[in-house]
Design a protein around this ligand. Structure first.
Ligand SMILES: Nc1ncnc2c1ncn2[C@@H]1O[C@H](COP(=O)(O)OP(=O)(O)OP(=O)(O)O)[C@@H](O)[C@H]1O
Ligand SMILES: [Mg+2]
Length: 157
């Protein structure tokens, strides 16, 4: 089964539609999500739009200075890590903690997980965000492991 899906979003409204679709697919079972892409690509924007679609009431901001933000106002808890400040040396210290956030009914987003250098051993969805021009962004989804393949299939419909 194809475990990848690519969506070109010409404007933020398209990204919102994609986020709503994604939220509906993960809201029952939860999901662990790594987001990749350069500064300003649209990682946090996607997390915010998914969280809003899930019913998170709080303002969703980048957790750059606290590493983790959590939201408990939706029907499923949402955790949002930003590992940028940990850099290469620190990431191994929280790999085991991240594993806990990959288990159970919760949705966990991790920005700047490239610092983990692929050492995350659990099933997840990876989202790579790239610029095209101006407001156009390309969101590439890939499921690692089989558990989340249905999310990728669902995005295609
Ligand atoms: N189609 C689009 N999809 C997503 N974001 C868009 C789009 N068009 C414009 N933007 C804007 O691009 C910016 C993306 O910023 P965002 O904070 O999400 O980046 P980031 O990838 O999280 O960067 P960082 O690495 O600094 O955390 C936002 O200001 C957002 O409004
Ligand atoms: Mg961000």
């Amino acid at each position: 089964m194809e475990n990848k899906f690519v969506q070109k979003c010409a404007e933020i409204e398209d990204t919102k539609q994609l986020a709503v679709k994604f939220a509906n697919l993960v809201k029952d079972n939860g999901c662990f999500v790594n987001l990749y892409g350069e500064i300003g690509a649209g990682k946090t924007a996607f997390v915010r739009l998914v969280a809003e679609s899930l019913g998170v009431k709080e303002k969703v901001t980048s957790p750059s200075f606290v590493i983790l933000n959590e939201y408990h106002s939706a029907s499923i808890p949402v955790y949002h890590f930003d590992l940028y400040r940990l850099e290469n040396a620190g990431i191994s210290t929280i790999t085991e903690e991240l594993r806990e956030y990959s288990e159970g009914k919760k949705i966990t987003f991790v920005e700047w997980a490239e610092f983990s250098q692929g050492e995350l051993p659990f099933e997840r969805i990876e989202i790579n965000v790239t610029y095209d021009d101006d407001d156009t962004r390309i969101y590439e989804f890939e499921s690692v492991g089989n558990k989340n393949n249905y999310v990728i299939e669902g995005l295609k419909n």
